[in-house]
Write a protein that binds this ligand. Structure first.
Ligand code: DQA
Length: 149
């Protein structure tokens, strides 16, 4: 059975392409998702993509991943910096998770340097734009394969 990845994107990421392109790039949200699906197919992974502007829906998506996914890739967007609900959900489902940020959060405002979710994820990929999601697919595959050995 192929490894299954739930890829979750938080508030305002649906505006990719038009939102602060110097930080987030000019590629449209749909185009990014298309590339994610294509790369997943090349790697033999099954991926489900969800974006929501609502914290509770992100929590629901993390909980739902428990019934389907082998790993989670998450860009919690601004929720990264303050959502204990997202962090607790990641802890609760006990799936390996990879945190992605398109921009280099460490080179921006002070509040973006702190992630409340990073202590409960396997690792972070930051600063590579949408490539970060593609790298995260490989990372997730490796983490899942290693845990099955
Ligand atoms: C982001 C960084 C966050 O600080 C910001 O709130 C976002 C996007 C990123 O992908 O670089 O919405 O997660």
């Amino acid at each position: 059975m192929p490894t299954r990845i739930s890829l979750i994107q938080g508030p305002n990421l649906n505006l990719l392409g038009s939102r602060e392109p110097d930080f987030y790039g000019r590629e449209a949200f749909d185009e990014v998702n298309r590339k994610i699906k294509q790369r997943a197919q090349e790697l033999g992974l099954e991926v489900r993509i969800l974006q929501s502007n609502h914290e509770g829906e992100i929590v629901d998506a993390i909980q739902d991943a428990r019934n389907w996914a082998d790993a989670i890739i998450i860009n919690p967007a601004a929720l990264t910096h303050y959502s204990y609900a997202v962090r607790d959900a990641l802890t609760a489902v006990r799936l390996p998770a990879i945190e992605v940020h398109l921009s280099n959060v460490h080179a921006r405002e002070e509040f973006r340097r702190h992630s409340v979710v990073s202590p409960v994820v396997v690792g972070q990929i930051v600063g590579f734009g949408s490539l970060g999601y593609l790298l995260a697919l490989e990372a997730a595959q490796k983490v899942v394969d290693t845990s099955h050995k």
